[in-house]
Structure formats: structure tokens, C-alpha cells
Design a protein around this ligand. Structure first.
Ligand SMILES: NC(=O)c1ccc[n+]([C@@H]2O[C@H](COP(=O)([O-])OP(=O)(O)OC[C@H]3O[C@@H](n4cnc5c(N)ncnc54)[C@H](O)[C@@H]3O)[C@@H](O)[C@H]2O)c1
Length: 431
């Protein structure tokens, strides 16, 4: 296809499961007027080859990030590597004056956040910028809540209760993969809850100030009754509730099992491994600058998956309940977020009249209930210089989402001590 002035060059860093479905395939064919995929980068050449074999296009593939930038001359760099490595690639792309589109979480601690912010400021004069793909903003239920809150349906928001339940399939999977070590993911209060904290920041329209947290490892890791290094060949398979045969899915096998020879990464690690240091149960209590108080909890061994979110305001309440089933972690599918909604309701309670209204939620086709496809429209199906929409998370907002999880980690490491959230960022900037 001939290049047009509107068509910009994209590269993708990290060619794992998320990148394949969220960025590589869509950028290859989905938005030809605006996007051209010109290269891939990953430190594991075998996984990258499995990705290019799967898409059937021999894209230029690199294990050297700077060489990829130099040779492919992209306009934009998508960063979808392991969480703790985002900062490194974001900063290198910013220094080259690129637009960065990073997966959440933008980073995994305050030091990385501050370094990314410094680079974004330093290189903005050469065209550098950073956006983060906070896809939860694009979900139909959250979109409906945002509209109602902005319309003043419950008056002034006073408090929020947010309960995240990850079931024993999806939730357990974080304890098999790289996510299970804080040095890789920051723990689930960063890796997972950055979705929820970003959505709360966005819905509430303020920034977090004071926070305390508690958490523990109650089901996985050392809490387990027996262990092996991985599911494959495990002698406990017949009696283990968490045993999974991932390798029956051809693509999963090619991308992970067959790529082990390069980096030794084991995709089906034992959920009872003694090196696991992330929490599977945590509670966070925090206050926003505008006074709103939040109680947040995350359980990664829930009997059913879903959210329960409750906004209480001066004029009423908004309450969302969602129950989901997800095949991703049981080895049936490689695509993230292909969950089936088993039941959902969004209710509006009017405090004065006592009336209860059921708010219709649009049904969405695609991954994460259609949120990923909606996000593509904003990020990739418009001119490069089009103004940002309200749902595209700029760097400063993505930073606040991670900062809450980071503050929770600091609080938990200090006996649930109360933490001044913003001081963690200013402290890291001075260090
Ligand atoms: N927004 C969402 O809904 C959503 C869903 C899933 C994953 N994600 C995010 O997407 C990213 C990728 O997750 P995934 O599930 O695809 O994981 P994955 O393990 O399948 O892929 C990660 C890729 O990063 C590569 N990588 C790791 N360290 C590297 C390094 N130092 N240099 C170069 N490459 C490196 C790995 O080889 C792998 O190919 C993560 O940041 C994750 O948080 C977001």
C-alpha cells in the first residue's frame, strides 16, 4: 500500500501474548490509513519468530532495541514487554523523540515513574510523548458509570468500595508467570490494580493523598500443600486443583514452551513455588485530595471472578456487579481478556425518592468486553496529531495509577503504616 502523509510507522517492543492480539495483529492490517507496522523487538528471538510465523509476515525483528529504532525509523513505539522493563524502553524511545504507547502499568515503582517523567519533560522539545493504554476506561460498564457520575446522578461522590475478585483460573495464572515476583510486576496492586486505580482516579477526578494497606499470601506460594517446579511433568498433577496443561494449545506451546531454550522462562510455573513474593489478598484504604474515601480489595483465589463497585454520593448510589468466566488461564486460548460475562448489573439508587433504576450496559464484542477494540479507535484509527480524547491516559494520569499500588507496597512493607502518596513521587524525584 502506498504511504500517505497520514500513515505513521509503528514498532512493537515485546512480542508476547498481549502484544500479539492487542498491537501486532491490529497494527498489521487494522488501520492502513493511519498505521504501518515496521518492526518488532523482543529479547527472546524464538518467541518473536513464533509471533511472525503466526501472523505469516516476516517483519523486521530485532533483539537490540536501539538498532531497531535506528533502522526502522518509527514514529511511534509500543511498549508491551514485562512490566518492570517498561521504564527502560519508554525512556530510550523518549530520548529518540518518539511517541510512546505503553501498556499498563507504565512502571513498577516510584523511582521508575520519576525517571520516565523526567525523560518525557527533557525530550518533549524533540517530539517525545507518552500515552498509556488503560483499556478499563473503554469498558461499557465503566463508560456508563463515567457518564452518570459526570451528569451528577449521585451528587458529590463521598466514598467508594471496590472489590476485585480474580478466580482460581485467571487469578492463579499470575502465580505461574513472571508476575509472581515483585521485581517483575510490582505485585498485583500494581500489575492488576493499576487498571482499577486509574479508573477510580478518572471517575473521581482527583489524586490520591493518604493510604494504608495490608496483604498476604494465603492460597499460593508457601501456603500450598506440595510443589514442583512446573505443571509439565508434575507428580502432583492428579491431586492439584491448579494443574494446567498449557501445551495443548499450539500457539501457546510455540510462543512459550518452544521458546524456553532462549531465556529459560517457564510459563507454567508451580503456583506453590516458594519464591513467590506477591500478595494474593490485599486491602487498600485511601483518601483523595477532594476528600473521597476509597476501600479497595483484591482477592486472587476467589470462587468466582468479577467486580463489585459501589459509589456513594450526596444524592444516591451507583452499584456495579459483574461476574465473569475466563478461559485464558486454563490453557484453552492465548488471547487475554476473552471472558464471558455471566451476569452484570448497574443500579442507580436515588437517596431522596428511594427509587432504584437499572442502567442498561451495552454489550461488547471482543477482548475485555470490547474495550480493547474501542481503545484501538482512539489510538490508531485517527490522524497522529488529532487531539487526545478523554479516555487516552496521558503520562501524568498513568503515573498516579501506579503510585497508589507503589504506596500500598510501601505501607505493607512497613506494618501497614499510613503513607503520604504524593511524597513518594517527590522523594523519588529528589533521590
Ligand atoms: N491492558 C491489559 O488488559 C493487559 C492484559 C495483559 C497484559 N498486559 C500487559 O502487557 C504486557 C505484556 O504482558 P503479556 O501477558 O503479553 O506477557 P508475556 O510474558 O506474554 O510477554 C512479555 C514479553 O516481553 C518480553 N520481555 C521480557 N523481558 C524483556 C526484556 N528485558 N527485553 C525485551 N523483551 C522482554 C518477553 O520475552 C515476552 O515476549 C505487560 O506489561 C502486561 O502488564 C495488559
Amino acid at each position: 500500500m502506498p504511504a500517505t502523509s497520514e500513515r505513521k510507522r509503528y514498532v512493537v517492543a515485546g512480542t508476547g501474548g498481549r502484544a500479539l492480539y492487542m498491537f501486532v495483529k491490529p497494527l498489521l492490517n487494522g488501520f492502513p490509513q493511519y498505521c504501518e507496522l515496521v518492526g518488532l523487538f523482543d529479547h527472546n528471538p524464538l518467541r518473536m519468530k513464533a509471533t511472525t510465523d503466526h501472523i505469516g509476515v516476516a517483519l523486521p525483528s530485532y533483539t537490540d532495541f536501539d538498532r531497531m529504532l535506528a533502522e526502522t525509523k518509527p514514529d511511534a513505539v509500543v511498549v508491551a514487554t514485562k512490566d518492570a522493563t517498561h521504564a527502560e524502553f519508554i525512556i530510550r524511545a523518549l530520548a529518540a523523540g518518539k511517541r510512546v504507547i505503553a501498556e499498563k502499568p507504565v512502571a513498577t515503582d516510584a523511582k521508575q515513574l520519576s525517571e520516565i517523567m523526567r525523560a518525557a519533560e527533557r525530550y518533549k522539545s524533540i517530539g517525545a510523548s507518552c500515552l498509556v493504554t488503560h483499556n478499563m476506561r473503554y469498558g461499557n460498564s465503566i463508560t456508563a458509570m463515567k457518564r452518570l457520575l459526570d451528569e451528577g446522578a449521585i451528587g458529590t461522590i463521598k466514598s467508594v468500595n471496590f472489590h476485585e475478585n480474580l478466580n482460581r483460573s485467571h487469578g492463579a495464572d499470575y502465580f505461574r508467570r513472571w508476575h509472581r515476583r515483585k521485581e517483575n510486576s510490582g505485585g498485583l496492586l500494581i500489575h492488576k490494580a493499576s487498571h482499577h486505580f486509574d479508573a477510580l482516579n478518572w471517575l473521581i477526578g482527583s489524586i490520591p493523598m493518604e493510604l494504608a494497606a495490608q496483604g498476604g499470601l494465603m492460597m499460593y506460594g508457601a501456603a500450598g500443600p506440595f510443589r514442583n517446579d512446573r505443571c509439565l511433568g508434575c507428580p502432583h498433577a492428579s491431586k492439584c486443583d491448579f494443574y494446567v496443561d498449557f501445551w495443548k494449545n499450539d500457539l501457546t506451546r510455540q510462543m512459550y514452551k518452544d521458546a524456553e531454550a532462549s531465556d529459560g522462562y517457564v510459563r507454567d510455573g508451580c503456583v506453590f513455588d516458594l519464591s513467590i513474593d506477591i500478595e494474593d489478598q490485599a486491602s487498600v484504604f485511601y483518601t483523595y485530595a477532594n476528600g473521597v474515601q476509597v476501600t479497595y480489595s483484591l482477592t486472587a483465589f476467589a470462587t468466582y471472578e468479577g467486580w463489585h463497585i459501589q459509589f456513594e454520593g450526596t444524592k444516591g448510589r451507583l452499584e456495579l456487579k459483574e461476574m465473569q468466566a475466563t478461559p485464558f488461564a486454563s490453557g484453552e486460548s492465548m488471547a487475554h481478556g476473552l471472558s464471558t460475562v455471566l451476569g452484570e448489573s448497574l443500579l442507580h439508587f436515588d437517596a431522596k425518592t428511594g427509587q432504584v433504576r437499572t442502567i442498561p450496559i451495552a454489550s461488547g464484542e471482543g477482548t475485555h468486553g470490547g474495550a480493547d477494540e474501542a481503545l484501538h479507535q482512539d489510538f490508531f484509527n485517527r490522524p497522529f496529531d488529532a487531539p487526545l480524547t478523554n479516555r487516552m491516559a496521558p503520562l501524568d494520569q498513568a503515573v498516579q495509577a501506579v503510585l497508589i499500588g507503589h504506596a500500598a507496597n510501601v505501607s505493607m512493607a512497613n506494618g501497614s503504616k499510613k503513607v503520604r502518596v504524593q511524597e513518594l513521587l517527590t522523594g523519588a524525584a529528589k533521590a
